[in-house]
Design a protein around this ligand. Sequence first.
Ligand SMILES: [Zn+2]
Ligand SMILES: [Zn+2]
Length: 277
Amino acid sequence: MADASALTVRFWGVRGSIACPSPEYMGFGGNTSCVEIRAGGRLVILDAGTGIRPLGKLLRGEGATEADILFSHTHWDHVNGFPFFAPAFEPDHAFRVFAGHLGEEGGIREAIAGHMHEPMFPVPLDVMKARLSFTDFRAGETLEIGPGVRARTAPLNHPNGATAYRIEHAGRAVCYVTDTEHVPGRPDENVLNLIADADLVIYDSTYTDAELPARGGWGHSTWQEGLRLVRRAGARRLVVFHHDPDHDDETMAAIERELAAESAEGIVAREGMQLEL
Ligand SMILES: [Zn+2]
Ligand SMILES: [Zn+2]
């Protein structure tokens, strides 16, 4: 971490749709979407699914007081951990929150405040004592995260919208592309442009190609499409992500074997996994 040029990625929640805490999911992990990226001394958190709770504990232990939280969108599996992110309750901490899918619908502050509201939740957003800033942008814009760190963005094909991110630092790039549905046989140009030549592409692989026809319109993609996009875009590695809550460890291990047979560049995300680019 001392290396200023390093870009590290750590997976705190790899599951989609709903957390699955039962034993048959523990090999790959049951928490919902949350990915930590450290780049150029900055801490970037992608989504606040249930995986952000243990990340918050680590940050408190480290004494970290600042981060940028980038939301892909605000479906439950990407926001449910936010009210349990302990550092946000600490004074003298500061978190910048961004979303790119809500421009005309009230914005990210209102969405989070609505989520933390009686009778659905007893602790309102105002109780968080950290300095919180909320920024809505339009997916497609570029965010300057800090010196030498920027996030390019792109809109995704998902009910209620979603935003993909490409975090760039020191000549390296990691992309976070979830949640999104592809049209079979027609690669998504927005995704291809965003992930071009990237070192790592974390991709919505909720389903397999065999499962997709019965799940049309649900807003998700497949690991096979992830592989096709990565190859076409000249990106280096694929991370299979946003695992279906119906895919237990046995199913995920079978997917991992199939992926390994197809490609040496594919990795199935596991909770706790860390990668250095
Ligand atoms: Zn999701
Ligand atoms: Zn979603």
